[in-house]
Design a protein around this ligand. Structure first.
Ligand code: PGA
Ligand code: ZN
Length: 423
């Protein structure tokens, strides 16, 4: 029964140069571990609330000193020298201490940094790999590694809004290992660099998640360019390499209309555009095709594309068990994008995972656009047997720390990749 003897917090910077938190937890057997947490940009309205300092003279108000003080103050006072039987016990104590539906009292950032640092310290104490510890939390025995979904092109809030849709991702579908997947991705990425230079005279500058982000003339061209990059790299689109898209459409939804390129579409109009894309291009997953509040039209979107592509909910669901239940009931989606910081504790994220699994949904475990060099997400995706992982591009070290950790886990376990296509 571990007892926390020390709990400290540090304001650190994320990959966008904005403050975030790292917490360090020490247990009574001297096991000690830290965890750093990420932060989104295209956030959902129903996400748990990060606590930011609000002092405009420092980091434009984004400082995390109050959140760090909450960990070392009220959270430490409540947790130190108490025994916790399980992660669940600890997380319930945190939820109780915060006592708001959106973690806005202590801050979702303070709560999650504590929850994760305790998990990692517990893994150290038990002398098991972190992925095994995550699996044990949900009584699960993983045997597979997640399929990679890798950012190739970026738009939306991650790239200064040069194009409305946020991500075009490639999925090395024929790869049989993580190592192969990364090598295929590198070839497609290099082919894209050359294509974009030739077509748009653009230098290979990258957006928040490391994706390439030239001034594409339209969203459809962005998808066509991805297909051409796959072909020019010598792969067969749809067989060797498939596509996933994240429209993040909440962020181009204004007054009931979707402003896509030069079109102003109602929900039915956007569903038709997406339906055509899934027929024209090898798209196997569509994330946030509609906005987070367009509940009545999500089932229509799913109906229109489900024979070809997953209907993946990010902003719609916010890893929130209440919203996931609603989506299961109305058949609004068939896949969950799981981001632990959208809900704030590992225990609630596990509940979200289990609800989605019980409904036979597919799961993608995802990083945020503002990340740190911490790699716990790789262990989580393996321990919880995510069908896929979404971390960003193969450039930028906050992304690579997760891919490189997956390479280590692959060498350690020799587990095969999740089969593809998902069925
Ligand atoms: P975010 O974006 O971290 O900025 O929310 C990631 C995503 O939409 O998948
Ligand atoms: Zn998203």
């Amino acid at each position: 029964m571990p007892t926390i003897t020390h709990l400290t917090a540090l304001e650190i910077l994320d990959s966008r140069g904005r403050p975030t938190l790292s917490a360090t937890c020490t247990l009574d057997d001297d096991a000690v571990a830290s965890a750093s947490i990420p932060s989104g940009a295209s956030t959902g309205r129903a996400e748990a609330r990060e606590l930011r300092d609000g002092d405009k003279s420092r980091y434009g108000g984004l400082g995390c000193l109050k959140a760090a003080a909450n960990i070392e103050g009220p959270i430490a006072s409540a947790l130190l020298n108490k025994s916790f039987n399980s992660q669940q016990d600890l997380d319930h104590e945190l939820i109780h201490l915060d006592n708001t539906p959106d973690k806005s009292h202590l801050g979702a950032n303070s709560v999650l940094a504590t929850s994760l640092s305790f998990a990692r310290a517990s893994a150290v104490s038990q002398k098991v790999p972190l992925y095994t510890h995550f699996a044990n939390l949900i009584n699960h025995k993983p045997q597979k590694l997640p399929r990679l979904t890798i950012n190739l092109f970026s738009g939306g809030l991650h790239a200064g809004g040069q194009i409305p849709i946020q991500d075009i991702l490639i999925i090395p579908a024929s790869a049989t290992t993580i190592a192969d997947s990364l090598a295929i991705c590198h070839a497609v990425y290099q082919s894209a660099v050359q294509l974009l230079q030739r077509k748009y005279q653009s230098r290979p500058l990258v957006a928040d998640e490391g994706g390439l982000a030239p001034n594409f003339p339209s969203s459809t061209t962005m998808i066509e360019d991805a297909v051409e990059s796959i072909e020019r790299a010598g792969f067969r689109p749809g067989q060797d390499v498939s596509l996933a898209i994240d429209l993040a459409s909440t962020h181009f939804h204004q007054s009931g209309r979707y402003q896509l390129d030069n079109l102003s579409l109602d929900s039915g109009g956007l569903i038709e555009v997406i339906r055509k894309w899934t027929r024209q291009f090898p798209i196997v997953s569509v994330e946030d095709g509609l906005s987070e509040d367009d509940w009545t039209n999500w089932p229509r979107l799913r109906q229109a594309i489900h024979t070809r592509a997953l209907t993946l909910g990010d902003d719609l669901l916010c890893t929130n068990p209440i919203r996931i239940k609603q989506a299961i009931k109305s058949v609004a989606a068939d896949a969950l994008l799981l981001k632990v910081n959208q809900i704030g504790t590992l225990t609630e994220a596990a509940e979200a995972l289990q609800l989605a699994r019980a409904a036979n949904w597919k799961i993608t475990i995802s990083a945020r656009s503002g990340e740190t060099e911490d790699n716990w997400l790789a262990d989580l995706s393996v321990g919880w047997s995510a069908d896929a992982i979404k971390v960003g591009s193969i450039t930028r070290s906050e992304r690579l720390s997760k891919y490189n950790r997956l390479l280590q886990i692959e060498r350690e376990t020799h587990w095969p990749l999740e089969k593809w296509p998902l069925s």
